[in-house]
Ligand binder design. Structure first.
Ligand code: JD8
Length: 391
């Protein structure tokens, strides 16, 4: 892998000559080149910053020195690896995590643009997108003074995943964040230290017991320190996902999911006039007033929803939707049951509409006890199903 870093503080990257990364560079496993942005200036004051358009405190980094510096990086870099990734540390970037580190470790060439002052003129990124895969990255939700610290962290997180950089690749497997669990506690000699003893099991030589203890420690630590990492995702167990009332903040994602789900219904039922496909986001926002709506999120993504509406003594279950990639895991059945449970006490019948050719839906509703209603369905190509409310 080749890594180029452009900065006005080259010495900030000196730590990359140390330890594992330094050894990997000397072993030719990794090629890191640090460039001084001021080398790309043309004025005798080697100016890289100027006052911000629109006023405000601080200075902004000028675009031309960046263009010249990045051109020099491209000219000096490996010819046969295509468009390099240009990683631009910024407080608003994609936050680094182990998945991102793994993704970057598969890249042949990374280029880092280290900003300082109030940041880099935004046009530099727009211009660079013609020659680089540009990705703003962040270390986390706190403010640093520049991008160099982020480059140190990202380079270490990525380089240690490269073959041969970490002595025994084995040790990479059981690490925190590698499989979503935090690491287990570690101990070394002496077995008793200042009255503190190493857990017995670790001295037992019983590797199966040690492995069980260590896994248990990882689960407990993760549950205590990072419960967010344990939040079940649809992938692992839809039944574990929370069904919560929708809020206005959910509407944009809900609107997109609705369109995605009903496009599929329209393909199945071409003759049906489907309201969900003709609604605006404002219509959906307005519907929240008299259509209690619930949503399900998996790892932050809105993946399913349902709503209810009282029509006389009918509790009409509607807009039951599950993200196409998560169908067939019981999430639809779960939401149907939830909507039924939310029926007001005055409701005596559950009703719903679906496409006459929507076999999967019809099968699920039939299994849930729904049958065609005595009254005809007012919508051509659709069916109206009902089921008595049993309390
Ligand atoms: C690049 C300039 C400083 C930021 C005015 C303070 C990353 N996780 C992170 N937090 N902050 C950065 C970061 C900060 C930077 C630059 C990255 C370039 N600054 C600016 C905006 C507010 N000053 C970061 N990665």
């Amino acid at each position: 892998m080749r890594i180029d870093v452009v900065t006005i503080f080259p010495d900030y990257l000196a730590p990359l000559e140390l330890s594992l990364i330094g050894r990997a560079r000397r072993a030719g496993l990794l090629d890191v080149v640090v460039h001084d942005l001021r080398e790309a200036t043309t004025d005798r004051h080697r100016t890289v910053d100027d006052t911000p358009y629109g006023g405000g405190a601080g200075m902004v980094m000028k675009p031309e020195p960046w263009r010249r510096a990045l051109d020099a990086v491209l000219a000096a870099g490996p010819a046969d690896v295509g468009r390099p990734r240009l990683l631009v540390p910024s407080p608003g970037g994609r936050v680094l995590d182990q998945a991102m580190a793994r993704e970057l470790a598969s890249e042949p060439w990374l280029v880092f643009a280290c900003g300082r002052y109030e940041g880099i003129d935004e046009r530099v990124l727009l211009d660079a997108a013609q020659r680089f895969e540009v990705t703003p990255v962040s270390l986390g939700d706190y403010v640093l003074n520049g991008g160099e610290v982020a480059v140190l962290a990202i380079t270490e997180a990525v380089a240690r995943l490269l073959p041969g950089v970490v002595g025994n690749a084995e040790s990479l497997v059981e690490e925190s964040h590698e499989d979503g669990l935090l690491e287990y506690p570690v101990y070394t000699k002496p077995a008793s230290w200042r009255g503190l003893d190493v857990p017995e099991v670790l001295l037992s030589g019983d590797h199966a017991a040690i492995a069980r203890w260590r896994h248990q420690q990882r689960l407990e630590r993760t549950a205590t320190r990072r419960p967010d990492l344990l939040a079940p995702t649809a992938a692992d167990d839809p039944a574990g996902l929370a069904v919560v009332p929708a809020t206005p903040a959910d509407l944009p994602e809900l609107y997109v999911l609705q369109l995605a789900c009903w496009v599929h219904q329209a393909q199945l039922n071409p003759e049906v006039e489907i309201p969900a496909l003709h609604e605006t986001l404002d219509d959906l926002r307005a519907s929240l007033a008299d259509h209690p709506t619930w949503v399900v999120r998996s790892a932050g993504r809105l993946v399913a929803s349902v709503r209810g509406h009282l029509d006389g003594t009918d509790w009409e279950v509607g807009r039951l939707m599950v993200a196409p990639d998560l169908r067939g895991r019981g999430l639809g059945r779960r939401l149907l049951a939830h909507a039924e449970a939310m029926a007001p006490p005055t409701a005596t019948r559950f009703t719903l509409f679906t496409g006459a050719r929507s076999e999967d839906n019809l099968r699920m509703y039939r299994r849930a006890g729904y049958r065609p209603t005595p009254e005809p369905c007012p919508f051509p190509g659709a069916v109206k199903l009902g089921k008595p409310v049993r309390r």
